[in-house]
Each structure stands twice: as structure tokens, then as C-alpha cells.
Design a binder for this molecule. Structure first.
Ligand code: 2RA
Length: 327
């Protein structure tokens, strides 16, 4: 039995956290829904209960709460996660605010385990999560030398604003979330640009992959992140080279048996991972595995996952499941 709070309960990810927590086998005693004053008073369903959304404030965590799943943006997390932690709550935070802090665990249950040095646990970036799930067993087997990521990210990753820009863009409405129309377009721009020419999203993929997989400093990683006119589920093209010799068949065999991975790799029959089939599932779908003919010991791996489920809400709930099962 555990008591939960969902912070940012009315957002795209918060809504999915509630749904995914309800689907889980976790014994939830009390549940609190928290959001900004705009959403306070709304009534949300959890299993067979109606729960009134409370306005998040400094006293929200005075109650007996075991886990708070946060998805309310970095500023809210920076302010309220330490207050929750101070009150003995384990925070599982979906924002990027805490991810790279040294004493904060950055967890994907298929890849690593919390140390709980702090009671704040960070949920990684969505495109990072789906990439490290297949890369973890391959790194264990062959030692990664270099990764080049290219992403094709769905608009749901930008929340309701991104979804609205795509749907309304079909009717010629000007975009509000993105600097250009996303309908009938492709934008090589996710999050803000940094001085080195990369975007924050690209640097998240690079830095978070190193932290989660505990890669040596000599492992080289680069990324190009692209927004595409797809409603849900991100695709990532992973170009990887290994220090140890690998074959396509060995890679397929490892991924066929890897936790959280579904191998869909039969291009002759048009079978490969696609967003419409990944949506609604927690697994990472991988396919199009082939030798990179331009590099020694290099391979192409195409991976697709539901960015709102495995890339955010489900990963957060799976962390709570992991902690509960190790009690
Ligand atoms: C995106 N990675 O898709 C973000 C969401 N966390 O924009």
C-alpha cells in the first residue's frame, strides 16, 4: 500500500501518469492530484474514484505521501521537489531540472537502479529512454565506441500546444507552439539552441545516455533531433559502433531477449517499427538492424516508442514499481 501524488495532473503526461498508475498492479491507498490554480477544482478519475485537483502549494506535501510523480515543468520541480523530499516523499520527476545533478539518480528500470542518495529521482528525456533500452544489453555485450542519434519526434512531446499546432495547422491556422508550421513540415529544432550549435534536446540525449549507461569518457556520442508531423511516438535512428566485434545476428538475438524490447525486423514483409503501432504500448520497438557499410563494426538500429508512455509516464510508474517491489 502506498500513497501517491500526481503533480501536473491535468497535462498530457500527468493524465497518462494517472492512467498508467491505474493500470499498474500497485496498491494505491490515497491519491492526490495537484496542478496550478487554473486547474484546481477539476475532477479527475483514478480507478473507481473521483479526485478533485488541488492547487499545488508549499503545504501540499504536509500529508502522508509516499511517491509524488511530477510533470509540471522544470521551474515547478526546482521549487517543489525539495519541499516534497524534505517531507519524506520520494519524487519521480519528469522535468530536466535535476537529471544531471551528481547526487540524483537518472533511472530507466531496464538499465539501472536507484541509489536513493536523494529522494528525488529523475525520469530521463523521452528520446533518451527509448534509445538506452536497446543500447544497454548491446553495451554489456560489445562495449559501445560511438553513437550517432537522429530523431524523428512526435508533436505530443511538446504537450497540448504541439498537438494543437499539428491538428489546427491542417486547417491553415498559424502555429502557436513552434516557430514554423509543423503540418506538412519537418523542424530540425527541439528545445532551445545552445552556444555550441546543438539544441538542449540534442545535448540531453548525449549527456543522459552517458549517465544512464555509465559510459567511459572516451565514448563519443552525437545527436540531431527533429520534430516531425506525427501525433505520437518518437522514432530514433541509432548508428552505433562497438569496441568488440559484433554481428547482425548476435545483435538481433540479444534484442529479441532484451527486457522492454520488441524486435520487429522483417523488412521483406514490410515489418519494421512504426509510430502508429508503438502508440499505446510500453515496449521499445526495434528493427531495420543492419551492418553499416561505411564503418568497421558499425550498425544501424531503428527504434520507435510511445514517448508519452515509455518516454515519460510509464517509465515514472515503473520506477515506483521497482522501488515498491524491492521493499
Ligand atoms: C520533446 N523531449 O519531444 C521532449 C519532451 N520531453 O519535445
Amino acid at each position: 500500500m502506498a500513497n501517491f501524488a500526481i503533480v501536473g495532473a491535468t497535462g498530457v503526461v500527468g493524465t497518462k501518469m494517472i492512467e498508467r498508475l491505474a493500470e499498474s498492479g500497485l496498491q494505491v491507498d490515497d491519491i492526490y492530484m495537484m496542478a496550478s490554480s487554473r486547474s484546481a477544482g477539476k475532477v479527475l478519475k483514478f480507478r473507481d474514484r473521483d479526485v478533485v485537483v488541488e492547487e499545488l502549494n508549499e503545504h501540499s506535501f504536509d500529508k502522508d505521501i509516499d511517491y509524488a510523480l511530477f510533470s509540471a515543468g522544470g521551474d515547478t520541480s526546482r521549487k517543489f521537489a525539495p519541499i516534497a523530499e524534505e517531507n519524506g516523499v520520494i519524487v519521480i520527476d519528469n522535468s530536466s531540472a535535476w537529471r544531471m545533478e551528481e547526487d540524483i539518480d537518472l533511472i530507466v528500470p531496464e538499465c539501472n537502479r536507484p541509489t536513493l542518495k536523494r529522494k528525488i529521482i529523475a525520469n530521463p528525456n523521452c528520446s533518451t529512454i527509448q534509445s538506452v533500452v536497446p543500447l544497454k544489453p548491446l553495451n554489456d555485450a560489445f562495449n559501445i565506441e560511438k553513437i550517432t542519434y537522429t530523431t524523428y519526434q512526435a508533436v505530443s512531446g511538446s504537450g497540448k500546444g504541439g498537438i494543437d499546432d499539428l491538428l489546427e495547422g491542417q486547417n491553415g491556422v498559424e502555429p502557436k507552439k513552434y516557430p514554423h508550421p509543423i503540418y506538412n513540415n519537418v523542424l530540425p529544432h527541439i528545445d532551445s539552441f545552445l552556444e555550441n550549435g546543438y539544441t538542449k534536446e540534442e545535448m540531453k540525449m548525449i549527456n543522459e545516455t552517458k549517465k544512464i549507461l555509465n559510459l567511459d569518457d572516451d565514448v563519443r556520442i552525437t545527436a540531431t533531433c527533429v520534430r516531425v508531423p506525427v501525433l505520437n511516438s518518437h522514432a530514433v535512428e541509432i548508428d552505433v559502433t562497438f569496441k568488440d566485434v559484433a554481428t547482425v545476428e548476435e545483435i538481433r538475438e540479444i534484442l529479441r531477449n532484451a527486457p522492454g524490447v520488441v524486435l520487429v525486423d522483417d523488412p521483406g514483409n514490410n515489418q519494421y517499427p512504426i509510430p502508429t503501432e508503438a502508440t499505446g504500448h510500453d515496449e521499445v520497438y526495434v528493427g531495420r538492424i543492419r551492418k553499416d557499410i561505411s564503418q568497421d563494426n558499425g550498425f544501424h538500429i531503428w527504434c520507435v516508442a510511445d514517448n508519452i508512455r515509455k518516454g515519460a509516464a510509464s517509465n515514472a510508474v515503473q520506477i515506483a514499481e521497482l522501488l515498491e517491489s524491492s521493499k
